[in-house]
Design a protein around this ligand. Structure first.
Ligand SMILES: Nc1ncnc2c1ncn2[C@@H]1O[C@H](COP(=O)(O)OP(=O)(O)OP(=O)(O)O)[C@@H](O)[C@H]1O
Length: 385
């Protein structure tokens, strides 16, 4: 992230915005795994998203964070109905849209727009910017006063592009400018909710802050709600009113920004934050190294899914899945799924905590052999004397 974002002093208030816009309950997506050539039998499933609950209020930005493969993008695609859920339900303005067919979904779909990670891949290289932005408006019968061209020029200006570039093609723009074209296209639909899936991670670091600032300006000025998916905790902190932390298809912790960044309770949230010190600049001494990979979502661990990497795990974590609850010490709306939560602080630790048991064993061995060789050399020098 560039210094243009004031990350130490998040720019958004944490208070709740309007009424519920999107309510997601028990949302689940299992991708079937098939075997065989002719008669493809299902032999298992990738449990990409597994019983996720959250609400986004009107005008609110909810950040969704977690390591790669935790199910963030799948969640975003389910909400926009680009993917069909396996179970659970999605309510938009109180209407159940979980399995609504294309025809009936059309008016709602225009209100829920998606901004993708790779701006180039999501723009048709053979179309001019004018056509790219006008197309979805025409399909959805949006007739702006003054006509489409006038509206497109206004939108280009809104996102910081030159309206005179209406007839240019995507390859004539830089990465950041292409992302702005994608944003203008989404705005043309007058969305109430934008799903931004890693909207800046493909951009140069120097450009990232400009695009995040643009999105935040639009969020404030137009009152658009956001599901902001990103692995960069500092950006999420800057952008979001509330934050959900996802691990292996489940939400481990959710709360307002201050609760998550300043008094996280789940060990996984602690680990993510200490791996990204720039997300919490006041917390200088927290040291947890989140090592090893996320286990396979085909065969996730029983009980708590994080237990195989958690330094606090006990027998109960193997047998009982911790529910997502407001545990003692949490503020209202701050929910944590953990049997043995951290104290509500990010205060300093005396020693490193290594989450990966294999890495811990390696470090233990290395330390023992270093001690042995120190002892041997001390004995050797004593004998020489
Ligand atoms: N179409 C698919 N078929 C089978 N498995 C899939 C499919 N799409 C995603 N997955 C799997 O679902 C899991 C979650 O993927 P997802 O892309 O949602 O994670 P993510 O948190 O967004 O990660 P990243 O930040 O790398 O995009 C991964 O194990 C992924 O391989």
């Amino acid at each position: 992230m560039s210094e243009q974002l004031s990350l130490a002093k998040p720019a958004l208030p944490s208070q709740r915005k309007g009424g519920p816009l999107l309510e997601v309950e028990g949302l689940t997506k299992h991708f079937p795994l098939r075997d065989g050539f002719l008669f493809k039998r299902q032999v298992g499933a990738v449990q990409a998203v597994d019983g996720v609950d959250f609400t986004i209020h009107e005008g609110e930005a909810l950040g969704l964070v977690g390591e790669s493969g935790c199910g963030k993008s799948t969640t975003g695609r389910l909400v926009t109905r680009l993917l069909e859920p396996t179970a659970g339900q999605i309510l938009y303005q109180g209407h159940n849209i979980t399995h609504t067919d294309r025809k009936h979904l059309a008016p709602i779909r225009s209100q829920i727009q998606m901004i993708f990670q790779d701006p180039y891949a999501s723009l048709n290289p053979r179309q001019t910017v004018g056509t790219i932005i006008t197309g979805p408006m025409e399909i959805n019968h949006i007739q702006p006063p003054g006509g489409h061209e006038k509206r497109v020029r206004e939108l280009l200006e809104t996102v910081g592009l030159n309206p005179e570039h209406y007839n240019r093609f995507p390859h004539e723009f830089s990465g950041g400018q292409r992302q702005r074209i994608g944003i203008a296209r989404a705005l043309g639909m007058q969305p109430k909710l934008i799903i931004a899936d890693e909207p800046v991670s493909a951009l140069d670091v120097s450009i990232q802050a400009q695009v995040v600032n643009l999105l935040q300006k639009l969020q404030h000025e137009l009152g658009i709600a956001f599901l902001f998916i990103a692995h960069d905790l500092a950006i999420v902190r800057h952008f979001s009113h509330r934050v959900a932390v996802m691990y292996l298809g489940k939400i481990m912790e959710i709360g307002n920004r201050t609760d998550i960044y300043e008094t996280p309770r789940h060990p996984y949230t602690h680990a993510l934050l200490s791996a990204a010190p720039e997300a919490n600049p006041d917390d200088e001494q927290e040291r947890i190294r989140l090592a090893g990979d996320v286990p396979s979502p085909i065969n996730p661990p029983t009980g708590c899914r994080f237990r195989t990497r958690c330094w606090k795990a006990q027998q109960k974590c193997t047998t009982e899945e911790p529910p997502l609850l407001q545990i003692a010490g949490n503020n209202t709306g701050h929910l944590t799924a953990c049997h043995y939560p951290q104290d509500p602080t990010t205060a300093a630790r005396d020693e490193d905590v290594v989450l990966d048991p294999a890495l811990a064993a390696l470090e233990q061995n290395a330390q023992e052999s270093a001690e042995e060789s120190a002892e041997e050399s001390a004995e050797g020098s004593a004998e020489e004397q």
